[in-house]
Design a protein around this ligand. Structure first.
Ligand SMILES: NC(=O)c1ccc[n+]([C@@H]2O[C@H](COP(=O)([O-])OP(=O)(O)OC[C@H]3O[C@@H](n4cnc5c(N)ncnc54)[C@H](OP(=O)(O)O)[C@@H]3O)[C@@H](O)[C@H]2O)c1
Length: 300
């Protein structure tokens, strides 16, 4: 039976994976063909967790050796895109160097690293067709740059790896666009949302399901894959759908330009991922974003 270490297990994706694997709230769980170890630096009420700080290579080495870990699923990350602009060192440490430590640990044992990355590894160049995995580009900010360095550290480590790039992640857990919009549309008469950035929302539970399919298949190693839900929308369309599905119809949602909400980082204007490779390699069916949004809201 293979042993899997999940890092960042108390974040959005980590919790979604935990929930999918087992309804048990133990830090170590036997489920299906795998034994799962859920680790994080963050404590979450009701979710017992092994403590593992992935910026400490010795701790990683000890954990991998002591528990005889075969696979690491890296859900940890410095994910605050705006804060990263003022904290390059912290973002680089977590997104790049620590990812490299995990990769080196797996290179040393012959294990597999499944690492989660982002569409923000490119985006500066204007493009208007769905992005395949082979397209290269320039990140728009520190978060994307450090995630790109993380991908490079994985590939150059020589470990067996799978990298999955995702985008616009939301879930029942933590803070995300869905939860913010639910709150705003319930309490405000009007909300403005940008319509000049297009992409596809990703329900973290669907991505967790895709991760399970990849791990269970035992194939498709040493490649990068894209994963989001199907379809394309703007943040404005996403907000409209959230308000409609939640019945918050008293709130008027109006489209606006990105310039009205200048952030520290320019977001890609078109960031749709082409998912042909992951669908064909693993025989995955991917739900449309509206269908998944409805399921997530039912689960909230
Ligand atoms: N969120 C998105 O829209 C999005 C889009 C594309 C790609 N991604 C990628 O998808 C992955 C999962 O994202 P997410 O939204 O689930 O992230 P998240 O909710 O921010 O979870 C990340 C987890 O990692 C933990 N962590 C922080 N420092 C750590 C350390 N030194 N060692 C171990 N764990 C540590 C965090 O704890 P603290 O909360 O205490 O820091 C948190 O529990 C990330 O790689 C992210 O880059 C996310």
């Amino acid at each position: 039976m293979k042993k899997i270490l999940v890092t960042g297990a108390n974040g959005q994706l980590g919790c979604s994976l935990r929930q999918l694997v087992s309804d048990s709230t133990r830090a170590c769980v036997e489920a299906g063909d795998f034994v799962w170890y859920f680790s994080d630096v963050l404590k979450r009420e009701g979710w017992p967790t092994c403590f593992l700080d992935i910026t400490d290579p010795e701790e990683i080495g000890r954990f991998v050796r002591d528990e005889e870990i075969d696979i690491i699923v890296n859900c940890a990350g410095y994910t605050n895109v705006d804060a990263a602009e003022d904290n390059f060192e912290a973002a680089e440490l977590l997104n790049a160097r620590a990812t490299g430590y995990l990769a080196e640990a797996m290179a040393g044992t012959g294990g597999l690293l499944l690492h989660i990355s982002t569409d923000y590894v490119f985006g500066k160049e204007p493009y208007n067709t769905p992005c395949t995995e082979d397209r290269t580009g320039t990140p728009t900010g520190v978060y994307g740059l450090t995630k790109l360095h993380g991908e490079q550290a994985v590939i150059s480590s020589g470990c067996r790896y799978v990298i999955i790039r995702t985008a616009w992640l939301y879930s029942e857990f933590g803070r995300n666009f869905l939860k913010t919009m639910l709150e705003l549309t319930a309490t405000r008469p009007e909300v403005k949302v940008v319509f000049d950035q297009a992409g596809t929302p990703t329900y973290a539970r669907d991505l967790a399901g895709a991760i399970l399919s990849v791990l269970s298949s035992g194939k498709g190693e040493n490649a990068i894959y894209n994963y989001s839900n199907e379809g394309v929308c703007s943040w404005y369309d996403f907000a409209k759908a959230i308000a409609e599905m939640s019945g918050h119809t008293d709130c008027e949602i109006s489209p606006c330009h990105s310039g009205e909400f200048p952030g520290k980082v320019r977001r890609p204007s078109y960031s749709v991922l082409d998912k042909t490779r992951i669908k064909e390699t693993f025989g995955l069916g991917i739900p449309h974003w509206r269908e998944s949004l409805r399921r997530c809201m039912d689960n909230l």
